[in-house]
Design a protein around this ligand. Structure first.
Ligand code: ADP
Ligand code: MG
Length: 336
């Protein structure tokens, strides 16, 4: 083990750099250890800007904007956009439409997170709901084209694009032989390797009641993606009801589960992002069932009673830091 120790000592002297910036509608920060870390970070931010420009629903130059403004017509897109839409449709299939990338008409009707946020009339919701159906998105693999088959339909990749971007950032890190890095895209966390001293990264889970950065639990990971979807990210309140930004396509309204947040842990951020939104809509029972049916995926739910519900593989791996929260359904509540 002598070699290993020497190696680690060397690694402790690795150059490091970190940077935060506002991008993809959120705060993105990263810390990178390796040679020329500033250059690597610059390239990573550049790649994220590229993905944002391709997939933003509001930028008029994006492919998504073009698809949404040309219903009925095949719109040629680049390979990034095609890949993300295809993956989003796969998740729509896996979740029986609880995740749906054609959610745009409902998202714009509710306007949550914009100055136009309001509670729409039942009839408006019904009308928009009829336009939400991922089965009406047609992909042509050869031509790399996308067609929306009904006028008024629209694609929104807000629930998955950041996950794709995080994986692309990791690809850039690997290309530059970065072995230790930490990335946070507004709640989408990705860690490469462990810390330079060989210990795991400690990832904190946001306290859903408190300001960003307040942590209520933590766990140790290497080489993982950790993504949280919560009702506290973007919302407005009216008459004591919280209307948040994750919509249940079946009701056309913000998902009415008893959840405050859902966190997914798995290898790729692409999957973790799609799944965190999915299980938030599905709720604890169906969400757990889905996660347990997938290989290498774990979930942590927090409900409105401040109970923490974990998938099998996470049990005994979480350290609860705030005693307001209680682990439930755990056979053994010994903590690390
Ligand atoms: P955040 O972007 O806040 O990290 P999510 O990954 O959960 O959170 O994505 C939420 C966004 O996804 C919404 O702002 C909206 O654009 C879109 N969205 C909302 N409901 C759904 C849904 N049922 N399926 C797919 N996308 C959704
Ligand atoms: Mg998501």
């Amino acid at each position: 083990m002598l070699n290993g120790c020497q190696g680690q000592k060397e690694k402790n002297d690795l150059p490091a750099a970190s940077k935060s910036s506002f991008l993809m509608d959120t705060i993105v920060s990263m810390k990178v250890y390796g040679e020329k870390p500033d250059k690597v970070i610059e390239e990573a931010f550049q790649r994220m800007r590229e993905i944002e420009n391709e997939m933003s629903v509001t930028l008029k130059s994006s492919y998504i904007y073009k698809i949404n403004s040309n219903p009925g017509e095949p719109v040629k897109v680049d390979s990034d956009t095609f890949r993300v839409i295809r993956k989003a449709i796969t998740y729509a299939e896996i979740t029986d439409g609880n995740f749906d990338p054609s959610i745009r008409p409902l998202v714009s009707l509710w306007g949550i997170g914009t100055e136009n946020a309001r509670v729409p009339a039942r009839s408006e919701i019904e009308e928009a709901k009829r336009l939400v159906n991922y089965k009406l998105i047609k992909l042509d693999e050869e031509e790399k084209t996308v067609v929306l088959q009904k006028p008024g339909m629209g694609i929104d990749l807000g629930a998955i694009a950041k996950g794709y971007a995080a994986d692309e950032v990791r690809r850039i890190f690997k290309k530059h032989r970065v072995e230790h890095a930490f990335v946070n895209l507004g709640g989408n966390v990705l860690v490469v390797g462990g810390k330079p001293d060989g210990s795991p990264w400690v990832v904190g889970i946001q306290d859903p009641r408190r300001e960003r950065g307040s942590v209520m639990a933590s766990f140790k990971v290497k080489d993982k993606a950790i993504v949280t979807s919560g009702n506290y990210e973007r919302y407005f309140e009216k008459d004591g009801v919280v209307y948040h930004h994750i919509i249940d396509p079946k009701t056309g309204s913000p998902a009415r589960t008893n959840l405050l947040s859902a966190t997914i842990i798995c290898d790729d951020s692409f999957d973790a992002d799609a799944l965190s939104t999915s299980v938030f809509v599905m709720g604890v029972d169906r969400g757990l069932e889905l996660v347990e049916s997938l290989n290498g995926v774990e979930v942590m739910f927090i409900n409105k009673d401040l109970e923490i519900i974990l998938s099998e593989g996470l049990k005994n791996k979480i350290k609860v830091l705030n005693q307001d929260f209680k682990l439930v359904g755990n056979d053994n509540d010994e903590q690390i």
